[in-house]
Design a protein around this ligand. Structure first.
Ligand SMILES: Nc1ncnc2c1ncn2[C@@H]1O[C@H](COP(=O)(O)OP(=O)(O)O)[C@@H](O)[C@H]1O
Ligand SMILES: CCCC(=O)OP(=O)(O)O
Length: 362
């Protein structure tokens, strides 16, 4: 039996689990205070308190680092790379600390895990599986409309890939032979077209596609450019950024980033109802686009993420898309399981573990 520690830092929490083979035996989500987060200028400034929170977890459950067989860490924003499980090494850690293109809490996971692994007396492997920067785009998906700006593949790869595996199993089909449109409806929203195991196009969850709880998604470009020029003297670069990612989307309209709260408001307030319906409308539109990319040849449309817990929200989407194909719903996120199973496949040598080869791996 393999013991695997799983580390998954999110924007405001750190999720930790202990798996014994496929079974999650301990699971905790540690919330961080706004002041703890705001005191840190960069994500890497959060390293000391995030690492301590993992050490405290190990102490609380009396888990010695020497009894672990692996640590499975959420993959951060690395250069574009193939889907799969990678062994973390010093180069990857340095990249995450000093070179990553996007500040995201997931960048901390491999760094924390690698530092902890050094305390093991037996050489503890650290793995990441399906990081946010998995890139399986077809050439035409990279074209934005202007040669200076390329589209990038940045999405909820970990959860979307694992639910696709669940769906293939449920349909009794081989994962690599299935075509899916997958919509991850969490704090951020990614909607992608997965053809025969490869995510050939997906909206960049930070700045394309539907608006989400705190992100604007795609915006009317001409008016956006005018808005930035008009406000460039009164807004800092960070103010501009947080207007679109952090204070945009549901939050900008309703002052809540939670769909649960928005749905409560919508029971009495027509404006709140309109905003929730608009989010479902935009998700449906993105799903339709991705179905077209697959030429309508779909095994299923998969809805997943926290917002898929809401039957009401799922229904708003389903009524627009259910003529496109079978709709399968996996509410919540399966990231901890995705990480543990990735590490387990590596330990059992069921899959080739990829070795980080630096920045030009594709
Ligand atoms: N039962 C529910 N009904 C409606 N919305 C829900 C429900 N459960 C979770 N959500 C919504 O899901 C969103 C969070 O999704 P989640 O996948 O947990 O996000 P993340 O892990 O990215 O923070 C929030 O908007 C939350 O309100
Ligand atoms: C950039 C895609 C990943 C992402 O948005 O993750 P969160 O929703 O967890 O911030």
């Amino acid at each position: 039996m393999y013991k695997i520690l799983v580390i998954n830092p999110g924007a405001t929490s750190t999720k930790l689990s202990l798996f014994e083979d496929e079974k999650e035996v301990i699971s905790e989500s540690i919330e961080h205070s706004v002041s703890e987060i705001e005191n840190c200028k960069t994500i890497m400034d959060q390293l000391p308190f995030r690492k301590k929170c993992v050490e405290d977890f190990l102490k609380r459950y009396n888990i010695s680092i020497n009894e672990l067989d692996a640590i499975a860490a959420r993959g951060g924003i690395l250069p574009p790379m193939k889907s799969g499980t990678y062994q973390v090494n010093e180069d990857m850690v340095n990249y995450l600390k000093t070179k990553t293109r996007v500040e995201h809490a997931s960048n901390l996971a491999a760094v924390i895990a690698f530092e902890l692994s050094k305390n093991s007396s037996k050489g503890l492997p650290v793995f990441i599986t399906d990081p946010i920067s998995v890139d399986e785009f077809i050439p035409e998906a990279r074209i934005s409309g202007i040669p200076q700006l390329e589209r990038h593949s940045l999405f909820h790869a970990l959860n979307m890939k694992i639910v696709a595996r669940f769906a293939a199993k449920e349909l009794n089909k081989e994962y690599e032979k299935c075509n899916f449109v997958i919509a991850h409806l969490g704090g951020g929203i990614s909607v992608g077209a997965q053809r025969k195991g490869l995510m050939i196009d997906v909206n960049n969850a930070t700045d394309e596609g539907p608006f989400s709880s705190q992100r604007t998604g795609e915006l009317p470009m001409g008016d956006l450019a005018k808005w930035i020029f008009k406000n460039m003297h009164s807004y800092s670069k960070n103010d501009v950024k947080s207007t679109f990612v952090g204070k945009g989307g549901l939050f900008a309209y309703l002052k809540t980033a939670s769909l649960k709260d928005a749905l409560k408001l919508a029971e009495k307030d027509e404006y709140a109802k309109l905003i929730v319906e608009a989010m479902a409308y935009q998700v449906s539109k993105e799903i339709g686009g991705m179905a077209a990319i697959l030429g309508g040849d779909l095994d299923a449309i998969i809805l997943t993420g926290g917002m898929a817990h809401s039957d009401y929200f799922v229904e708003l989407i389903k009524r627009r898309i259910d003529k496109l194909g079978v709709v399968m719903v996996y509410p919540g996120a399966y990231e901890m399981e995705g990480l543990a199973l990735g590490a387990l496949r590596a330990l059992e040598q069921l899959e080739d573990t990829k070795i980080w080869e630096g920045e030009n791996i594709l």
